[in-house]
Design a protein around this ligand. Structure first.
Ligand SMILES: NC(=O)c1ccc[n+]([C@@H]2O[C@H](COP(=O)([O-])OP(=O)(O)OC[C@H]3O[C@@H](n4cnc5c(N)ncnc54)[C@H](OP(=O)(O)O)[C@@H]3O)[C@@H](O)[C@H]2O)c1
Length: 330
């Protein structure tokens, strides 16, 4: 097999590890990456990858990207953005990618990274949740709502086409090269020098609320391995696959890893806070992420292991430790 793979968003937290996994795969001969900012694949030592600057909102650019590919991997997305900006790129841009891929002659497979958030943060979610549970999103959390909407768009855009559609639903991705979780801690947003000084001072640790909601993490290299399997598999059935590291963490584990002082808060308080926020007429987008703490969405990953042959090398705890080690050293 000799595959040309088009990747939107190759420069993101998942994108970099994905290209590295595809670069090493013997059956992948060419990778064409597209994102908006300038980027030089050679500077990373990549030899199979060419880069085109382009926006997924530009249908001509997307048509050009997918026309030359056997497999299209869609990663481009706005995770932390305003509701309006993210909706434009995530809904309109993602529709462009799905429709262009379905309409093009050459691609035979689409690999899309959805998210655990697509299930929505519903109290009646089964735990652990399997792929046969419908994705319902949570209207009060823009990211969750958009992830569920994109899966519906994907089904709509590819209905009746011969495309093999693989949907991966990772939990929070972390590791030394995916630091968004650590960056979200307010004290980690201080400039490096200030952070080092405050760490050296005998200051009280910042409090970190733990409403008792368990958490899964997955290492960026394990997500990349799952994407590479979805790109190249000749035996796994198309469909949705949950992707998470083995084992569960608590919010206290996360807080402690980043030098905070965990404070147990009643789960009901998290639900109540989420409900108040949902009723406010104007909510800063960042606050909408608080909804993620109201209900646990723990995923069952046996389907990816059994059918895709995915073997995560890092547990949730290893992933947190690797991330903490990387950020606490800076
Ligand atoms: N990180 C996680 O914890 C996580 C968990 C589950 C699922 N996912 C999903 O995995 C996918 C990749 O996530 P990530 O963490 O790698 O995201 P990321 O680090 O924010 O990277 C986003 C990528 O998309 C590109 N991009 C954004 N807007 C674009 C546009 N309009 N046109 C073309 N490219 C655009 C960015 O480059 P430019 O800005 O240069 O365009 C960048 O390469 C997303 O669908 C995300 O929802 C992520």
């Amino acid at each position: 097999m000799s595959l040309t793979v088009a990747v939107t968003g190759p420069t993101g937290e998942i994108g970099i590890s994905t290209i590295e996994a595809l670069e090493q795969h013997p059956e992948v001969t060419t990778i064409i990456g597209m994102a908006r900012r300038p980027f030089d694949p050679a500077a990373r030592g990549w030899t199979k990858t060419v880069y085109r600057q382009g926006d997924i909102l530009d249908r001509d650019a997307v048509d050009g990207l997918v026309a030359d590919a056997d497999v299209v991997v869609h990663l481009a997305f706005i995770i932390m953005g305003s509701r309006d900006e993210s909706a434009r790129i995530n809904l309109e841009g993602t529709r462009n990618v799905f429709e262009a891929t379905a309409a093009a002659q050459r691609p035979r497979r689409m690999v899309y990274t959805s998210s655990v958030a697509a299930y929505g943060y519903h109290p009646d979610n089964p735990s652990p949740i399997t792929e046969d549970v419908p994705v319902r999103g949570s209207a009060e959390h823009y990211y969750s709502e958009q992830k569920a909407a994109c899966e519906a768009t994907l089904a709509d855009a590819t209905a009746g086409s011969s495309l093999e559609v693989f949907v991966l639903r990772p939990c929070i991705v972390a590791g030394p090269k995916a630091t968004a979780l650590a960056d979200a801690m307010p004290w980690n947003r201080l400039p490096d020098g200030v952070r080092r000084i405050t760490r050296a001072l005998p200051l009280p640790k910042p409090p970190f609320p733990d409403p008792g909601t368990p958490l899964q993490l997955v290492h960026h290299d394990d997500v990349a391995a799952a994407i590479a399997l979805a790109v190249t598999t000749t035996s796994a059935p198309a469909g949705a696959y949950n992707i998470a590291g083995d084992g569960l963490l608590s919010m206290s584990d996360v807080g402690e890893a980043f030098g905070a002082r965990p404070v147990k808060v009643p789960h009901l308080a998290a639900v109540a806070t989420s409900e108040v926020i949902a009723r406010l007429p104007f909510v800063p987008f960042a606050l909408e992420w608080l909804h993620a703490g109201r209900a646990s969405v723990v995923m069952d990953t046996s389907k990816a292991k059994e059918h895709l042959g995915w073997r995560p090398e890092h547990t949730s705890a290893d992933t947190l430790a690797a991330l903490a080690d990387a950020v606490n050293r800076t």
